[in-house]
Design a binder for this molecule. Structure first.
Ligand code: GP9
Ligand code: MN
Length: 606
């Protein structure tokens, strides 16, 4: 009976994790593996048979459910590594009601019934008629033979890798293997890595004069905005401008606006957006980078600014230890972290302190920072209110939403980001009122997407709002604005870039050269190569976004099953022309990972 339930669950599960190829093989394999595992438990458990069976059954049902929910948010399967960070999975926790549907709930709904049934069965059949250890042994043997035959067959037809990467049980094994495997680089490999890193370091030498040093000597105020997606920029909903303050700022004559700019985060959401922007390194894909590499040495933007006389402070109105910021910020180079405990709440929305409170009270600390010494300062502010699920109190819902769009995540988001936009407008005014505006470079960008692509509930409103399909390239597109009061800039940059390019771009605007670290990004104002984005979350590692194309590396790990589209016409294109760039992406990510794994800058920065 349980095997049959597993068959049904396997069908629901493969559907939930959007298996596109080999679905039938995957389902059959899960079924035979379930038969083998359950008969093995019954055969070996003696009088603990019932307990062991129900415990195992519940465990795998919950794991399937967790994977299905996780997948609908992150478009990838859960890893044991991430389970260790469960406390940080706030995004999923808060938006869970938008991710749940009956199909997923069914995966765990039957556990009490199964428990009841197993109890009843034991009483009804008593000793008589029940299967004996010998029977279970036979079922185990038969199903194991089936499992092996299916595996051999899949190997024969060349589909083994695709199936193993997606099938429920084998995914757990593959995941576990990746975590425990012991990797030692050989001397020859070390040499190629060193050569690779040397090439990356060489391409950093950029004599680009576009906007070079225009912010030199000024304060640097960077605002990383929670869930600020680019699709709301210059967009209105039934004639109501969603982000009027940001739009105005982006188009001003003293601003540069980057409209082809992308997120590049790993498992650490907001904190990875910070990490990648500050360091121009790829995020870790094992754990949130701030946790995994809190003790590493870095030479990111805060260090560069400090080496040039600046004082660097970070501001965020949430718990100090969240995302391990309190520890990670030390090696990131921040000298002080103004966190939740430094603010007073006048009201609370969503996560906690409102953006308006945050900005208003940050002004007090900014003045302190300004008066600290003669030198300019670098302030890094991370906002909070426009966080998923974007539920704003009635009085802050300023956008009139049509009846049919009400209560969608997107409609909520429009209200929340509209509020944050107003808060940013207020902050800029207050910089003027407090005499800090003219001497500051103000930089604003989004930490990551707001609405996950592929949510059925959001389709209607997004179609209404946008003029093209809401795919991953729209989802991951975030705005970047560099505003330097009284400079004659007035430019929109369409060069493709990502958070990886933030540090070299800002460093050149501020006029400081990074001579100590290695950065993987490029100064977007002085392109030296055709830039592209190599995402690893939402799209799998190996995927690429270029000026004209989006190459989605297949989720089953097989290149031939990948997909590519023209970003302008949305038409499918031949995947073969992406082979080189796909390999380059993996290579760059691995080189960056080498830096993290080996605490590379420890030796490099003296
Ligand atoms: C919490 C805030 C939100 O400190 O940065 O983080 P997120 O859930 O978006 O990663
Ligand atoms: Mn965030």
């Amino acid at each position: 009976m349980l095997e049959l339930m597993m068959l049904i669950k396997s069908i629901i599960y493969t559907n939930a994790i959007k298996v596109e190829k080999n679905e039938a093989y995957i389902i059959v394999l899960t079924f035979f593996l379930s038969c083998a595992i359950f008969s093995f438990i019954s055969w070996k458990s003696g009088n603990k048979k019932k307990r062991n069976t129900i415990v195992f059954y519940s465990l795998i049902s919950i794991l399937m459910f967790a994977n299905a929910v996780y997948f609908s948010y992150f478009n990838t399967l859960l890893s044991i590594n991430v389970l260790g960070q469960a406390r940080q999975l706030n995004t999923v926790k808060n938006s869970i009601k938008h991710l749940l549907d009956l199909n997923k709930i069914i995966l765990v709904l039957d556990i009490p019934f199964v428990y009841y049934f197993l109890n009843k069965k034991e009483k009804a059949f008593g000793k008589k008629g029940a299967l004996k250890a010998e029977d279970y042994k036979n079922i185990f043997k038969t199903s194991s033979v089936f499992v092996l035959s299916v595996l051999v067959y899949l190997f024969g037809i060349g589909e083994l890798k695709s199936v193993i990467n997606q099938e429920f049980y084998s995914h757990q094994v593959v995941d576990f293997y990746h975590i425990v495997r012991f990797e030692k680089t050989s001397v020859a490999e070390e040499q190629t890595i060193e050569d690779g890193l040397k090439k990356i370091a060489e391409r950093m030498k950029n004599e680009g004069q576009n906007y070079h040093g225009i912010g030199n000597g000024k304060n640097l105020i960077v605002i990383q905005v929670e869930s600020l997606a680019n699709f709301v920029m210059f967009r209105d909903y039934d004639g109501q401008e969603i982000t009027p303050n940001l739009n105005k700022l982006a188009l001003e004559n003293d601003s540069i606006y980057y409209n082809n700019y992308f997120q590049l985060i790993g498992k650490g959401n907001t904190s990875d957006a910070e990490f990648v922007s500050l360091n121009s390194l790829y995020p870790s894909m094992e754990k949130p980078t701030y946790f995994q590499y809190a003790d590493n040495k870095f030479y990111g933007l805060p260090w560069l600014m400090r080496d040039n006389g600046y004082t660097a402070w970070a501001f965020h109105g949430y718990k100090r230890e969240f995302w391990n910021r309190d520890k990670a910020y030390v090696n990131q180079g921040f000298e002080r972290f103004i966190a939740e405990d430094n603010f007073n709440f006048t009201e609370e929305i969503g996560f906690g302190i409102t953006d308006k409170d945050f900005f208003n009270q940050s002004m007090f600390y900014l003045k302190q920072l300004d008066q600290k010494d003669e030198n300019p300062f670098y302030a890094f502010l991370v906002t909070l209110t426009s966080h998923n699920p974007y539920e704003m109190p009635e009085e802050y819902q300023k956008i009139n939403i049509r009846e049919e769009h009400k209560n969608t995540l997107t409609a909520n988001y429009l209200q929340a980001i509209h509020y944050t936009d107003e808060a940013i407008g207020g902050f800029i005014q207050s910089l003027k009122d407090n005499g800090l505006y003219d001497d500051s470079v103000i930089v604003i960008y989004g930490d990551h997407f707001a609405i996950n692509a592929g949510l059925e509930t959001e389709e209607e409103i997004l179609n209404y709002l946008l003029d093209k399909p809401y795919d991953y390239d729209t989802m991951m597109n975030i705005p970047l604005i560099i505003h330097i009061p009284n400079e004659n800039l007035g430019n929109t940059i369409t060069t493709v870039g990502s958070q990886l390019d933030f540090y070299p771009t800002i460093a050149n605007v501020m006029g400081y050269e990074n001579t100590k670290g290695i950065v993987f990004g490029m100064d977007l104002n002085n392109p030296t190569r055709e830039n592209c984005v190599f995402p690893q979350t939402y799209l799998y590692k190996g995927s690429v976004i270029t000026k004209d194309y989006m190459f989605e590396f297949s989720r089953d790990g097989v290149y031939e099953n990948s997909k590519a589209i023209n970003r302008h016409t949305r038409e499918e294109v031949d995947i073969n022309k992406f082979k080189d760039i796909y390999q380059r992406g993996i290579r760059e990510i691995d080189l960056s990972d080498y830096i993290l794994k080996n605490n590379y800058f420890q030796e490099y920065i003296k």
